[in-house]
Design a protein around this ligand. Structure first.
Ligand SMILES: [Zn+2]
Length: 152
């Protein structure tokens, strides 16, 4: 089924589909910018620059972002939202060990990853923040009370 759809796409449609998939969600302006730049032939030069910074890597001609690169890309998307937040709300930020896509360390504070609706920077959904082991070593789960799940 996917193959039939894919075979009916023009090369341009396939390219835009791929770019959008990598962005997951993206403003039209972001996509237009990405696509126009990719056509000008500076893609390889830019990718090499990203590789030197440890943000991208390639194997057999297939490029992908590193863990750090994913974090940077996610943060870039997160910042797009800064002007759309409710008054008084600060932009939720990642902690050490979090890139917004891979599962991070234990987390007891939901910090919305706005580029991935419903998820925290730690990679978990909001409901997965209720039972986090405490430092007393036992029975922490049963002691969790109705604490706020947002970080304000
Ligand atoms: Zn979290």
């Amino acid at each position: 089924m996917f193959e039939r759809e894919l075979s009916e796409l023009t090369p341009d449609q396939g390219w835009v589909l791929q770019v959008l998939a990598q962005h997951r969600t993206a403003l039209l302006s972001t996509l237009v910018d990405t696509l126009e730049r990719a056509r000008t032939g500076f893609a390889l030069e830019t990718l090499e620059g990203l590789r030197q910074r440890g943000l991208a890597e390639s194997l057999d001609g297939i490029w992908r972002l590193t863990w750090q690169g994913v974090g940077v890309a996610n943060w870039r998307e997160q910042k797009v939202w800064i002007d759309m937040l409710p008054v008084g709300m600060e932009l939720p930020e990642p902690r050490d060990g979090e890139n917004g896509s891979d599962l991070g360390p234990d987390c007891d504070s939901f910090r919305a990853a706005l580029f991935a609706p419903g998820r925290c920077w730690c990679g978990r959904g909001r409901a997965e923040h209720r039972a986090v082991p405490g430092n007393d070593g036992r029975g922490a789960e049963s002691k969790v009370k109705g604490r706020s799940l947002t970080d304000g």
